[in-house]
Design a protein around this ligand. Sequence first.
Ligand SMILES: C[S@@+](CC[C@H](N)C(=O)[O-])C[C@H]1O[C@@H](n2cnc3c(N)ncnc32)[C@H](O)[C@@H]1O
Length: 205
Amino acid sequence: MQDSDLNNNEVINILTRLDKSLIEKLELNKENKKLGPLWSSLIFLSKTKKPKKFLEIGCQSGISSSMVALSSINTELFLFDFPNGGSGGFEGSQYFLEKHMESFAKNRYQITYGESQKNKDVIIENGPYDLINIDGDHSYEGAKADWEIVKKCISKNSIVLLDDITNQHHTYLLDLFNEMLNENLHSDFYINKNETGVGVLFIKE
Ligand SMILES: C[S@@+](CC[C@H](N)C(=O)[O-])C[C@H]1O[C@@H](n2cnc3c(N)ncnc32)[C@H](O)[C@@H]1O
């Protein structure tokens, strides 16, 4: 599936609607390889599947969640990250996240700040989710622990994304994705290998 090619222009369109100082800070432009496959996959899946509920562990400044919010205008978003730039976030990321969600997802988003493991009851209670992006702790143990939470809030036909699986800085995430496949909960999957890579798992009916 070439969703990244199809949607690259759409990624750029949405980026132009985000806070300009964030786009400059992250140097996001057409030539930049940071325009990874995650965002184009999220646009593609949001537009085609119109998920009722989206869960994201690791929402940072709200770029990926804006991709979903703007591609599917009735989707409810449940977003989790540390407060104000903890861990892999950055100073100001909470400001941008809240600004983007107020602009693009007013009255249909919920942000919970803190470590995902500490908030697992909140994550599970709000599920099940139709579309899920695991993009928080990029260690093997952290991502696996998030997958264990996510398994408690999937339902038939949920779609689960694991980001960065072909990024050479954390090759073990591809091992984790293969372990997820071995659990045989899926009916189909694909791996978008451009740059950082994203694994997409379609849960069985
Ligand atoms: C790669 S960034 C997410 C980028 C975002 N999904 C996007 O594409 O716009 C990873 C985020 O995960 C957060 N994070 C890392 N470990 C986490 C955990 N255990 N619980 C919640 N958030 C976590 C970091 O603070 C960081 O903001």
